[in-house]
Design a protein around this ligand. Structure first.
Ligand SMILES: [Zn+2]
Length: 355
């Protein structure tokens, strides 16, 4: 593996810029921007450069530190990530994150947590207070700070207020506005923006070996290249299409909500279903605000059906979906939650005669 630089080409200029001032690096960075731009890739490449024993100023790739980093064994790198995310990924970040997760992570029948808990923060505190083991400094990557449970965020804040020497915190955030302002103010912000269309298209086209499809996926993902790659993953593309069809059939009364809820249980996770619904509703609201504009995440059929709803109904339904999504992190019955949502959905169309 070579991660001397981030693997994503649109991050290179920003990366070089940051490392130019190697002597004046901040103790905490906030990597801010939409999901799907490569903030984790960037943070890992930066962590590797910070830990490298022979930096150029990029990481050298052959010193002891670089080798341990790549093997997933660097004692001075810590990654905090939710259980859910760690179990969903099979990459370097998961190898590091698992160190600070509870011992029974992944046990059958236990629902993986979607937040970063205080125990995870506490688990790496003793290490933060001591000297780095082999590198000149240590790095803590938080992927993502949005997932910090409130007491975990407060505990982290205390460390950020009196940062231990030789320690760098790299906080990733997809929604920085929702972080504690006191956390934001302790970090130097690095903003991630959408790459130029041509560059993203070339990258995705090479990945998919199909430029036309790359263009379609990129449009659906609103120009976020990594999100586009996920969409292109056939299974997730199929899932989106199946969800669209299901909501359309419900609106047309070709399906009843209880049967539809049972179908939803076949999806990978309830979080996936509800986050798709949130994206779709955001699309539907945008489509009403700007009727001529093409909506990227959702097919025309569903957007067309949704035109019959008013803003109030759409916002209330979005609130309902968001609330259920939060509740599903607790011991809520998934089936009942889906049924509630789908019954409400069908009711909204009951007097509107969708064909
Ligand atoms: Zn090195």
């Amino acid at each position: 593996m070579t991660i001397t630089k981030p693997s994503l080409p649109w991050l290179h200029v920003q990366f070089d810029e940051l490392l130019k001032n190697r002597q004046r690096l901040a103790h905490a960075y906030l990597m801010a921007g939409h999901a799907g731009l490569g903030k984790l890739d960037f943070s890992l490449a930066l962590a590797r450069a910070l830990l490298c024993q022979e930096p150029t100023p990029h990481s050298c790739g052959h010193c002891q530190s670089c080798r341990l980093f790549d093997a997933g064994n660097h004692p001075d790198l810590h990654i905090l990530q939710s259980e859910r995310q760690t179990l969903d990924r099979d990459d370097l970040s998961a190898r590091y994150a698992v160190r600070h997760l509870p011992a029974d992570t992944g046990r059958k029948g236990r629902k993986p947590s979607t937040v970063i808990g205080i125990d995870q923060v506490r688990d790496c505190l003793p290490d933060i207070q001591s000297r780095p083991h082999i590198a000149a400094r240590r790095v803590i990557v938080i992927n993502a700070a949005d997932d910090l449970y409130i007491n975990a965020a407060n505990s982290l804040l205390k460390v950020l207020e009196e940062p231990p020497p030789d320690t760098h915190f790299l906080l990733i955030s997809h929604e920085p506005a929702r972080l504690l302002p006191t956390i934001r103010s302790r970090c130097l912000r690095v903003n991630f923006r959408q790459p130029p269309h041509e560059q993203a298209l070339k990258w995705l086209g090479d990945k998919l070996d199909d430029e036309r499809r790359a263009g379609q996926m990129l449009a659906r993902a609103r120009g976020l290249p990594l999100r586009a790659l996920t969409l292109a993953d056939e299974r997730s593309g199929e899932a989106d299409a199946a969800l669209e069809k299901l909501l359309a059939s419900l609106a047309r009364r070709q399906l009843d909500p209880v049967a539809a809820a049972a179908q939803l249980r076949k999806f990978d996770s309830s979080g996936q279903v509800l986050s798709w619904m949130q994206r779709y509703l955001a699309d539907a609201i945008r489509a009403k605000l700007a009727p001529g504009e093409r909506q990227q995440n959702t097919g025309w059929d569903l957007i067309d059906i949704t035109k019959r709803l008013n803003f109030r109904e759409l916002y209330e339904f979005l609130d309902m979906v968001s609330l259920q999504r939060r509740l599903l992190e607790g011991p809520l019955d998934e089936n009942l939650a889906f049924e509630d949502i789908l019954i409400r959905w069908q009711q909204m169309f009951s007097t509107r005669g969708v064909r």
